[in-house]
Design a protein. Structure first.
Ligand SMILES: [Zn+2]
Length: 447
């Protein structure tokens, strides 16, 4: 055992006993038969909903209005009477979501990034040793909690939090690059730290990771090969995955997390869908009628946090679209699976006929990952579509791109013109790259 592993093991039995025990519980759950996981989830979901009904103004009121039967919440019929919580409701009635258990010891203020409008303020339950979720996921990738890590993203930590992080992680090293402060100097310094610290995992926003990859290539720099690269905060297209895997020389994994409810699902070593952390979150996929859709059908992702007792989030519409997968994974983890989330519900292409395309565009160039490094669909106010493409290395790339565009034209029945625009890079917003930008339907209310 190295020093880092010894220190981790010691800490997980002492100062971090709660995290250590929680991790043991998660690891035991992830191999239980599916029916057992689903029963465990139903009972935890019922318990948190009953707690919310008794201890928050918001859920007490809305459950009463809808006649939610608190005694049978383990049953799907009773559960589905619980009204879906929209982002706008949290914004408007924030105070009513705060439970009677919330105080300075139990609650931590949290804020969403605000990439989809005004930031949302809520509270996280500081009694939940939530980091164990990340450790569970890292193990799927062959990364241990005591390994060194590098992160690229938006890290709004204050100095105190920084110190706390350093102490809890010691002697493992964590290095950060703030995506907002990206320039040649910070990236060069980050590269030097990576060479020194040799992180087992590099984790970050997709756009920022791509930008850092471009930087390494342009400068002719190399890094010690990490065991894994992981991306978050935006849909990982097959093209981006291919690009990252080839520059970093290691498998690339997708994780699904949000600021409202942190870790929710992650890919395992198979990379054929994400395992839902079903023992601590419930993910439902709802159709336009608000009813659950079958596996394989794309709908709105609605999540319940089974652990947050200070600011309960029950059936919260996170604003992303996705689908359940009916799949048993050869990795041995029995947790249920979802496909890679397809991005924000508001990222849609609209047609003059009223049609909407809000899924599938993400995989537009999937068949030829070497042809396209990155792309973005821009819809102008006159409905016309411009596909901005950063070319890859495939000598037949232009032909593949023409074929992909022809496919898109057929899909929209030539209702609007589709053109391609070759560019050297795409605009970044704090390391997040949107892959659909639309100037049509800006009047749509935020839901
Ligand atoms: Zn798996």
């Amino acid at each position: 055992m190295g020093l880092a592993q010894t220190a981790f093991t010691l800490k997980s039995r002492t100062v971090r006993r709660r995290s250590g025990r929680f991790l043991d519980e998660l690891l035991a759950n992830e191999h239980r038969p599916r029916e057992e996981i689903s029963e465990l989830q139903a009972s935890k979901a019922a318990a948190i909903a009953r707690f919310a009904a008794a201890n928050t103004v918001y859920y007490a009121r809305t459950f009463a209005e809808r006649g939610v039967d608190l005694t049978h919440l383990e049953q799907p019929e009773a559960w589905q009477r619980i009204p879906v919580v929209e982002r706008s409701m949290v914004k408007e009635h924030r105070g009513e979501f705060v439970s009677t258990e919330s105080n300075s010891r139990t609650a931590r203020e949290a804020m969403t990034g605000g990439s989809s409008g005004e930031p949302l303020r809520l509270q996280q339950d500081s009694r939940v040793p939530t980091l164990a979720h990340a450790w569970r996921m890292y193990r799927w990738w062959g990364v241990e909690p005591w390994d060194n890590l590098a992160r690229v993203g938006r890290w709004g930590f204050g100095l105190v939090d920084n110190l706390k992080t350093a102490v809890t992680w010691w002697p493992s090293k964590q290095i950060y690059l703030d995506a907002k402060l990206f320039d040649a100097t910070t990236m060069r310094a980050f590269h030097r730290s990576i060479v020194q610290v040799r992180p087992a995992l590099i984790e970050g926003y997709v756009g920022a990771m791509l930008e850092f990859a471009d930087f390494l290539e342009a400068e002719g720099l190399s890094i010690p090969t990490p065991r894994a690269v992981a991306t978050t905060a935006a849909p990982l297209t097959d093209n981006a995955r291919h690009r990252l895997a080839s520059v970093y020389g290691t498998p690339v994994y997708d994780e699904y997390r949000g600021s409202e409810i942190n870790w929710m699902a992650a890919e395992c070593r198979e990379r054929q869908g994400l395992h839902v952390f079903a023992d601590t979150r419930r993910i439902e996929i709802l159709g336009p009628d608000g009813q659950p859709v079958p596996s394989g059908v794309v709908g709105d992702i609605v999540v319940t946090d089974l652990l947050n007792r200070v600011f309960p989030m029950i059936r919260y519409r996170v604003g992303d679209r996705g689908k359940l997968l009916d799949r048993e994974c050869p990795c041995g983890v029995t947790l249920p699976m979802i496909a890679q989330p397809e991005g924000r519900t508001t990222d849609v292409v609209r047609l003059p006929s009223g049609g909407l395309i809000n899924h599938g565009l993400m995989t537009m160039f999937s068949e030829h990952p070497e042809s396209v490094r990155m792309f973005q669909v821009v819809q102008a106010a006159d409905y016309s579509l411009r596909i901005k493409v950063v070319r890859g290395d495939d000598p037949l790339g232009d032909e593949h791109i023409r074929q992909a565009l022809a496919h898109v034209r057929r899909r929209i029945a030539d209702e609007v013109p589709v053109t391609v625009d070759y560019v050297d890079s795409l605009p970044q917003t704090g390391g997040k790259t949107k892959y659909i930008i639309s100037e049509v339907g800006a009047a749509e209310p935020e839901t």
